[in-house]
Design a protein. Structure first.
Length: 461
């Protein structure tokens, strides 16, 4: 694995380091190649890297080592096994170079800092960062494989797409499977821990963020913010923090008189819940993409569950958040009947289009960016429209936009899977649906319809 895949911690651990990891009698040195942890080995210590780099591996189906993380100075190792009930490691951890580690034992007493913040509150960002860095490394591996796949597809003119896709999915399946399972485990443990240790009634705010994520549109948040300022004379910054939570009027009344510090603490727990919600959503989506790629050559695809299209639009928005900075997002969602299918398919469709819209609008600074998501029932069909006010699709490629290998990257439009809108179109059509686009400078609208008067049966694109 290339050196650039090393991810160091950006979380402030100064207090944790001084309070818990400064005892010279609780330090160990490892030489290059020395093993710290082994799969299923007992580990009752939480390690902090003071010097050097540790690398974590799992074995793939062929028994070969597969790198899943690389941790350097200032990061923690052994998080999973330390906090689990059985204290068993799931990976092999090896010193890449001579290392100096500090540690605490599982029976380490905890105490608050001068501001009353507990060990759990200090360590919470570390756990979130731990999940994020593992996902970031997996994403880098995924992108490298996608670039290699695109090169091979062009060379072979897509003649062996099914074979190559299956190989890519096999390579990614192990790492993403671990990320998905451990993300779910950490999310559950964190949820249980906060619920058990909560003495200030903060858990409900974490739970709300964890269950719903960023579920309000920017328009609704601004409306709620103005109402809080008007009704309670609240500071605009604090009003925005509470507005994002989406509290009812009854829930809001007892909070209006809280101090700024208390509101900041509420926001801290809510934002932490959102972070865990989005990380879990991203892990599940990554696993779905791998399954989708593996199914490209399959004879049949399965129906999994009832799908709420409005919910999949919300999930796609959460995944596309980084592409929508400064964008006014408006959601005009009608009541829809459920469809039968795989929820991940619909998230994949909407995510590609929303990401495309965000990148397109980022190229045009002449107007305030706006994205509108609409859903409604229209003539025995479900209609979903995704509308942006970006520069539009160039006329010379608009008619070819759903063909493989059509790239509009020069104009700011690209699609994350590297396979373009052709895959999006095939997914839509596999459910008996139809996708079309109308575009001019200042308005691009993707219209997607699905029948609901009969159960759509997806077939192999």
């Amino acid at each position: 694995m290339a050196e650039q895949n090393t991810v160091a911690s950006c979380v402030d651990i100064t207090w944790l380091r001084e309070a818990y990891f400064s005892d010279p009698d609780k330090q160990i040195r490892l030489e290059k190649g020395e093993v710290l942890l082994r799969p299923e080995g007992l580990n009752e210590r939480l390690y902090l890297i003071l010097e050097g780099t540790l690398v974590g591996y799992i074995q793939d189906d062929a028994g070969e080592p597969f790198e899943i993380f690389r941790s350097s100075e200032g990061t923690f190792v052994g998080v999973y096994s330390y906090f689990s009930k059985k204290h068993r490691s799931y990976s092999t951890v090896v010193a890449e170079a001579p290392c100096l580690l500090a540690y605490i034992d599982k029976d380490q007493p905890t105490f608050p800092d001068e501001q009353g913040r507990t060990f759990a509150e200090h360590f919470l960002p570390v756990i979130v960062h731990e999940i994020y860095t593992r996902q970031l490394l997996t994403q880098r591996v995924s992108l490298a494989n996608q670039r290699a796949l695109k090169h091979l597809l062009r060379a072979e003119k897509m003649a062996t797409l099914g074979q190559l896709a299956a190989g890519l999915a096999h390579e990614l399946n192990n790492a993403i499977g671990v990320i998905q399972r451990k993300t779910e485990w950490l999310a559950d443990r964190l949820n249980e821990y906060l619920k058990e240790k909560d003495t200030r009634n903060m858990y409900p705010f974490f739970d709300k963020g964890f269950r719903k994520g960023n579920w309000l549109s920017s328009l609704e948040i601004r409306k709620r913010k103005r109402e809080l300022e008007r009704r309670y004379g609240m500071d605009p910054i604090l009003a925005k923090k509470l507005a994002k939570i989406g509290l009812s009027e009854e829930e809001m009344k007892p909070l209006a008189s809280l101090s700024p510090g208390q509101i900041q603490r509420i926001n801290y727990y809510f934002e932490t819940g959102i972070a865990m919600h989005d990380i879990q959503l991203a892990a599940n989506h990554a696993a779905h993409v791998v399954r989708s790629v593996k199914e490209l050559g399959a004879a049949n695809r399965e129906l999994f569950a009832e799908v709420d299209l409005n919910q999949t639009l919300h999930e796609a928005l959460s995944l596309a958040k980084k592409y929508l900075s400064g964008v006014d997002v408006r959601m005009e969602l009608g009541e829809l009947p459920p469809l039968q299918g795989n929820p991940g398919d619909f998230v994949q469709v909407f995510l590609n289009i929303i990401k495309n819209a965000g990148e397109s609008m980022a190229q045009d600074s002449s107007r305030a960016s706006r994205l509108i998501l609409q859903s409604a029932i229209q003539e025995h069909q479900i209609l979903v429209e995704i509308i942006d006010n970006g520069p539009g699709i160039p006329p010379d490629i608009k008619d070819r936009i759903f063909q493989p290998n059509v790239s509009t990257k020069v104009q700011g439009l690209s699609f994350g899977l590297g396979l373009g809108l052709s895959i999006v179109q095939r997914l839509v059509e596999s459910y008996g649906g139809h996708i079309s686009v109308a575009s001019r400078p200042g308005r691009t609208a993707f219209s997607i319809t699905f029948p609901f008067d009969k159960t759509p049966t997806p077939h192999t694109p």
